[in-house]
Design a protein around this ligand. Structure first.
Ligand SMILES: *Cc1c(COP(=O)(O)O)cnc(C)c1O
Length: 231
């Protein structure tokens, strides 16, 4: 079952790449496995998926313990400063940095463990009140500030687009964040790269790929609907 879902997602990714004239290797599929049992992650792992995304620190750490070591883990959810210490050195990428204070704490923990932590800056591109992320206007300043932290490396931007019925409605936002990443690249800030654009979820990842996403975060499309009542 999961195998079929995954095959469908893979086909869609290939279709979107083709339409946009991009190579399939430019896009990384992150399987968003939050709330799902380890057995389901293992099933997807057995289909050669190596990138998993989680949004809660405790759940992430539990799953890291139980699954193979060659998995690349992505922290995609809102991160509290007091929990940073539990994930630094364990995850490949933190997608959700939206304040200097959070980046500073990541830097402190990274120094302690003598590692460099790759991060993305989360941008609230549609300026939804309910969402985390820095505004587009303040993003460049935040990137400049964070760039001075020795053990943190900005690798790009992440955004969560609005929930929409028609994915075309989000195309404007994906274009905006792509443009923002170009603007930042043109500033040539030391230690900052814009190689990653993490955007697109189950409802809109094809449009996101057409507009330049290099990482798509797909949960429901692979694992099915989430049941939060069990929590
Ligand atoms: C849950 C989640 C996803 C996946 O959402 P789906 O619509 O199930 O694909 C992607 N990104 C973030 C940040 C999430 O929290």
């Amino acid at each position: 079952m999961l195998k079929d879902n995954l095959a469908q997602v893979e086909e869609n990714i290939e279709k979107a790449c083709k339409k946009a004239g991009r190579d399939r290797s430019e896009v990384t599929l992150i399987a968003v496995s939050k709330t799902k049992p380890v057995s389901m992650l293992q099933e997807i792992y057995d289909e050669n998926i190596r990138h998993f995304g989680e949004n809660k620190v405790q759940e992430l750490c539990d799953k890291i313990e139980q699954l193979p070591e060659d998995i690349h883990w992505h922290m995609i959810g809102h991160l509290q400063r007091n929990k940073v210490k539990y994930i630094v050195g364990k995850v490949d990428l933190i997608h959700s940095v939206d304040t200097y204070r959070l980046a500073e704490e990541i830097n402190i923990q990274a120094k302690k463990k003598n590692v460099i932590v790759p991060i993305l800056v989360e941008v609230n591109i549609a300026e939804e009140e309910s969402k985390f992320g820095i505004s587009k206007e303040d993003a460049i300043l935040l990137v400049e500030e964070i760039s001075h932290l020795e053990n943190v490396r900005i690798k790009g931007l992440m955004t969560i687009a609005p929930y929409v019925e028609n994915p075309e409605d989000n195309r404007q936002y994906f274009q905006k964040i792509k443009q923002l990443s170009v603007d930042i690249t043109n500033k040539n800030i030391d230690n900052v790269s814009m190689e990653i654009l993490s955007m697109g979820m189950t409802g809109d990842y094809m449009v996101a790929i057409e507009e330049g996403a290099t990482m798509v975060r797909v949960g429901t499309g692979i694992f099915g609907e989430r049941n939060y009542k069990q929590e």
